[in-house]
Design a binder for this molecule. Structure first.
Ligand code: SF4
Length: 333
């Protein structure tokens, strides 16, 4: 029961084609981190019939069929305060039954959950830490419930210290506010110094009421004026920055990441043209994890990513593939 005496919806494991064809689990309906740009938490809450962030019921955990691989979480954060206990319980259940896990978080991974992940290190695809900017004012306005950026980045040190794969995730990137080369370079350098093995980034996209909410935020006025292009995505379209700006920024980030020995990728589901361009690696999955060096089948049963095989190389080397020449966004002043 929730605080209003209503029965809480149950935790479920579902297959989601848009998350690189992976199984996904939310531990809360909605998300108390309350990021103003996030449509998914609101949609997740509405679908489960709750009006405020609510911890889902995990009492029937033993009835969940462990999938080969799982992503936490598509419409919530596994380390938001309401989710922390359930996340640990779920991970204990799934890891001990052979499931491999990938996590994206803007929260803080608790020590005991880090220890649990380290006990099952070969089954951890990676933990991506969401920080797009080191600007505290920007983050307080746009991500009001999240811990400060540098505390989130501390996750990378703690993961790396336990030999767990950590990535920096810049998502969403707001044009002008977040995509200046100096700020991106500093953030990638910091992630590399802390022990990350990869960087992933995706520009903001929005539609309907979610776009109007962004347009009402004064800090985002200039950014929103640049969301002029309808981008084709998995499952629909949404307004985003012009393709040329994406290709230029992602190409730049790939170069900077490569200079630090890191991988770069972006989410291909969020703009199908990026995937088709073949200019940057367009999957949120950890290729090195999915593709064993012996060339055997993937461990997780996830959909192999076209071109990934040719690009896979040990983390200690610079990415072996040659980056294409940079794209110049001629619409940018
Ligand atoms: S932490 Fe993630 S799921 Fe939660 S509100 Fe922010 S973007 Fe949405």
């Amino acid at each position: 029961m929730d605080s209003n005496g209503q029965p809480r919806p149950s935790v479920t494991v579902s297959f989601e084609p848009r998350f690189c064809a992976n199984h996904v689990v939310d531990l809360t309906a909605g998300c108390s981190f309350g990021c103003v740009y996030c449509p998914f938490a609101a949609i997740g809450a509405r679908l489960r019939g709750v009006s405020r962030p609510t911890a889902l019921d995990l009492s029937r955990l033993n009835e969940l069929t462990p999938p080969p691989s799982v992503f936490l979480s598509p419409a919530s954060d596994a380390f938001a305060p309401q989710a922390i206990e359930s996340t640990h319980t779920l991970l204990s259940y799934l890891l001990s039954r052979g499931t491999t896990v990938g996590i994206v978080t803007k929260g803080i991974v608790p020590e005991r959950t880090l220890a649990l992940l380290a006990d099952y290190r070969p089954q951890v695809e990676g933990v991506a830490v969401g920080v797009t900017s080191l600007d505290d004012h920007r983050n307080t306005v746009l991500e009001p419930g999240c811990p400060p950026a540098r505390r989130r980045l501390d996750n990378i040190d703690r993961l790396a210290a336990r030999g767990l794969p950590a990535a920096l995730r810049l998502d969403p990137l707001f044009p002008v506010l977040d995509d200046r080369p100096g700020a991106l370079t500093a953030l990638v350098a910091e992630a590399a110094r802390r022990g990350a093995s990869a960087v992933t980034a995706t520009y903001v996209f929005a539609w309907g009421r979610y776009l109007r909410r962004l347009q009402r935020e004064p800090l985002l006025a200039e950014s929103c004026r640049l969301l002029t292009e309808r981008a084709p995505m998995e499952g629909g379209t949404a307004f985003s920055v012009p393709l040329a700006r994406k290709l230029e920024t992602y190409g730049f980030l790939a170069e900077v990441a490569s200079e630090h020995g890191l991988w770069f990728n972006t989410c291909g589901c969020k703009d199908l043209r990026i995937r088709e361009s073949g200019r940057v690696f367009a999957s949120c999955r950890n290729v090195l994890f999915l593709k064993p060096l012996d060339g055997g089948p993937t461990r997780t049963g996830a959909r192999p990513v076209p071109g990934a095989e040719a690009r896979a190389a040990p983390r200690v080397d610079r990415p072996a593939w040659r980056l294409p020449p940079p794209v110049r966004d001629t619409t940018r002043p």
